[in-house]
Structure formats: C-alpha cells, structure tokens
Design a protein around this ligand. Structure first.
Ligand SMILES: CSC[C@H]1O[C@@H](n2cnc3c(O)ncnc32)[C@H](O)[C@@H]1O
Ligand SMILES: [Zn+2]
Length: 443
C-alpha cells in the first residue's frame, strides 16, 4: 500500500478563506499534509482525494475558517476572573489587581491560570495568543501543553512585583527564561514594556535596542485611557505616543494594545510607522476606557487586530464575541452602520492579527502552503438558522459553543468539542483550588 497522499482531508459545507473579503467557497475541502494546508480542493477533487487521505472529516453543516488570533491577553488572569468588577482602569489596577497579583502570582499560579485560558480559548476557536504576563517559562509550558501558538510577552515595569525588582531585572529574567524555548515551533518570546505610565524613557530605549539586537517583537498598552494621556502631559509635557515616537518605539515590531484616545494626527503617526494595534472592545467597554477609533485607523492604513485582554477585565476569552463587539462598537462610535462590516471584523481577528505577529506568511488565512491553523463552526443550530450568509452568522449570530473542531499545525486540539490536549475536569479542580487559596489568604 502506498502512503496516503494527505494526512487529513476536511470537507465542509462552507469555507471562508479570508484571502478575499466576502468570499465563501461551497462544498470545498482542505487537504492537510505535514501540518500544512497542502491544497484547497473543489467539490469534484475533494471526492477524488478522499481515498488518498489517512483521515477524512466530513463537516456537512459547518464553516471552515482560519483559527482566531487573540492579539492581546493576560492568560493567567483567568484565576482573577470576577475578582474585581465595575471599576475604572487605575482603580482596578492600583487597588485590586496589583495587590492581588502581589499576594498570589507564582509559577504555579501562572501555569494553572494559563492552562485554563488555553482551554477556554481553544473551545472558542483561538489558535494563537499574544500574551503578556509574568513567569514566562510557565506561560510557555502551558502553551506547549495545550498546543496553542503562543507569543510569550515578558512584562517590564519600573517597580517591584512578586516576579521582578526593577526594569533591568525583568529584562534579565525575560532573556533567561527565553533561552530554554528557543527553536520551539509554536512559542516565541516578546518584549512587553507594560505602559507609558509604568516604564521610563531609559527603559524604553533599552527595549528598542534589545528588540533590534534579538529580533524580538514588542507589545505595550498605549493610549488606553484619558487619564493615561493627561498624566503623560502633566509628567512628560507630551502625549504618550509623541514621547514613544521620540524614543524610537514606533515601528512594525510594535503591537500597541488599546489605542483608544487618539487624535487624527496620532492615527497618521501610527500608520506612518507601521504600528500594529490590538483592539479590545469588551475590556475597553467594561473599564469604561472609551471607544477606539477603529474605522479611522483602518482608513489610515493601520493594521488593527483584535484581542480579549485578560479575563479579569473582560471577563471572557471569547474571540467570536470580541469580533462581534468590534463590528457593533464601530457602528455606535461613528453612527455609521457600514463601519467595520462583518468581513472586515473577520479579517481583523485572523489575518491582521497574524500580520502584527509577523506570521501572516504562515497563518491567518486558508491558503495552500500555510500552516493548518483551522477551525470549524457548526452552523446547524437554531441560533444560526436560517442561513443566508455564513460570514454574517460567524460574526453576528454564532456563539463560541458552536466551534466544533480546532487544528493548529494540523494537530487536532478539539474534535467535536472534546479537547484532545487538556482535561476539563482537571482544570476545573485547579481553578477551584486557587479560588480557595486566594480567599483563604485574603481572609
Ligand atoms: C505587564 S503585563 C501584566 C500586567 O498588566 C496588567 N493589566 C491587565 N490588564 C491591563 C490593562 O487593560 N491595562 C493595563 N494593565 C493591565 C496585569 O494586571 C499585570 O499586572
Ligand atoms: Zn491588557
């Protein structure tokens, strides 16, 4: 018997490639080989190929699309989900989250919290996460255990936390933890200066030099609140983006999370320097930070992806919910119903996220030669009936519980809603254990 031509053949009723906005292929198939998409097959070729595939998935009521790219998150914060709600950012951070992190965050906390996040994200169709937290080895190990493509953002702040003492210490720890994971296929380390209000000029300069030396991406919270902008003017006599431009941080290496409070000139500046933006609609709404000018950013040519932020400020890691909010919030923000149409929201949550991470040649759309980061969504539910347009349903009607299958590099991480790399019962037990520990230490 000759070896099968393909490792797997995934036949689906609909396919959204994201290569061409609005395009939906009917009754096509994806042929997978060695973790990659070997071919996109038309219905006749799919039938012929079936006998040459080691495995065949026939998904008669499903749409196949690229896996979702979560462009901004703090995965381990699942363990602080619901810990402090209904607060503005600085009150939430200074009086609730940072004290709690100081008491509870450890290697074990980050590993367990990140594993829980990975399971939640897989269940919602996320295949890549751009994370930012502490205890980077634990984040990387949880990423590898889950199979999710993980960008491990190494936090850099000026003040001590349970993880580091000062900026130089955070940088040294980032580089040391990174060493053990160099060459890992699905893991990459990123420099993550926390925000303009927690990082000095001197440290930003060190980050820029290091990013260039080591060819690393940079991830930072920028222009999240009006308070951030006002306090920068008071302290530095400059708005944050102007300060960061002067320091040399603005470049295609940078993913700026939030970017809510921006003038037209600042949008132009971001576009000119190739800055990527992670839009976090739910977190911006919940912390009452504001509405990011996404329509203007897209029109100016800024690459805007979508993120969830952490589970303590969202409180879901649900990218489908997030891309729906991105489409809705743009309309409310501009009073323009055509703002961020469904196909644009879908592109933001896939290909734009991949571009920000420098992996759009590898993932973010369904195309022969790309890695097989693919999800299937079952559209046979009452909630997605009747069906005129799969793109409309994916963005506006489908819930994450309709995500049925998830593949990363062709490895199936969820089949018919069963996780293959993680055990839900074990994760629930870990979450409950941490709840008990956190409440006992706070008592
Ligand atoms: C340096 S990353 C980890 C650090 O960031 C905190 N954090 C979580 N969400 C936000 C946000 O929306 N803006 C600013 N900082 C945030 C998190 O609690 C960690 O301490
Ligand atoms: Zn954040």
């Amino acid at each position: 018997m000759p070896a099968p031509r393909y490792d797997a053949l995934i036949r689906a009723r609909w396919m959204i490639t994201v290569e061409n906005d609005g395009e939906v292929l009917e009754n096509h198939a994806l042929a997978l080989k060695d973790g990659k998409i070997a071919a996109l097959l038309c219905p006749a070729d799919a039938t012929e190929a079936q006998q040459h595939a080691a495995q065949v998935h026939t998904l008669d009521h499903h749409v196949l699309m690229p896996g979702l790219v979560n462009l901004h998150g703090h995965s381990a914060m699942t363990l602080l989900r619901g810990y402090a709600d209904d607060l503005a950012l600085m009150d939430w951070l200074n009086n609730h989250i940072w004290p709690a992190e100081g008491k509870h965050v450890s290697d074990a906390f980050v590993y367990d919290g990140t594993l829980i996040a990975m399971a939640e994200m897989i269940r919602g169709g996320t295949t890549t996460i751009n994370d930012m937290y502490f205890h980077h080895g634990a984040v990387a190990r949880a990423g590898i255990a889950s199979g999710v493509r993980t960008f491990v953002g190494c936090s850099i702040l000026e003040f001590p936390t349970g993880y580091g003492q000062n900026a130089d210490d955070y940088i040294a720890k980032a580089l040391a933890e990174r060493r053990a994971f160099l060459g890992q296929e699905r893991v990459d380390f990123v420099l993550a200066p926390h925000a303009p209000y927690t990082v000095s000029d001197e440290t930003f300069k060190k980050v820029i030099t290091l990013a260039e030396q080591e060819d690393m991406l940079v991830h930072c919270h920028i222009h999240e609140t009006a308070f951030e902008v006002e306090s920068s003017v008071a302290e530095h006599h400059q708005r944050p983006l102007a300060r960061l431009k002067q320091l040399g941080l603005l470049s295609p290496r940078l993913t700026a999370a939030h970017m809510v409070h921006l003038s037209d000139d600042e949008i132009e500046l971001a576009a000119r320097h190739g800055v990527n933006v992670a839009h976090n609609p739910a977190s911006n709404m919940k912390l009452a930070s504001g509405i990011a000018p996404v329509t203007k950013m897209l029109a100016a040519g800024v690459n805007v992806g979508i993120g969830t932020d952490g589970a303590a400020s969202n409180n879901k890691l649900d990218m489908l919910a997030e891309l729906r909010l991105a489409a809705l919030l743009a309309k409310v923000g501009t009073l323009e119903p055509t703002a961020v149409p469904a196909a644009t929201a879908l592109r933001m949550a896939t290909l734009n996220g991949a571009k920000a991470l420098g992996i759009d040649d590898k993932v973010g759309s369904l195309k022969a030669g790309k890695q097989a980061d693919v999800i299937a969504i079952d559209l046979s539910a009452l909630e997605t009936a009747p069906l005129f347009d799969p793109i409309s349903h994916v963005v506006y009607a489908a819930g994450r519980e309709q995500v049925s299958h998830v593949w990363v590099d062709g490895q199936c991480l969820m089949q018919e809603r069963e996780l293959t790399t993680l055990k839900t019962d074990d994760l629930l037990a870990r979450a409950e254990d941490w709840r008990a520990r956190i409440q006992a230490r706070n008592a």
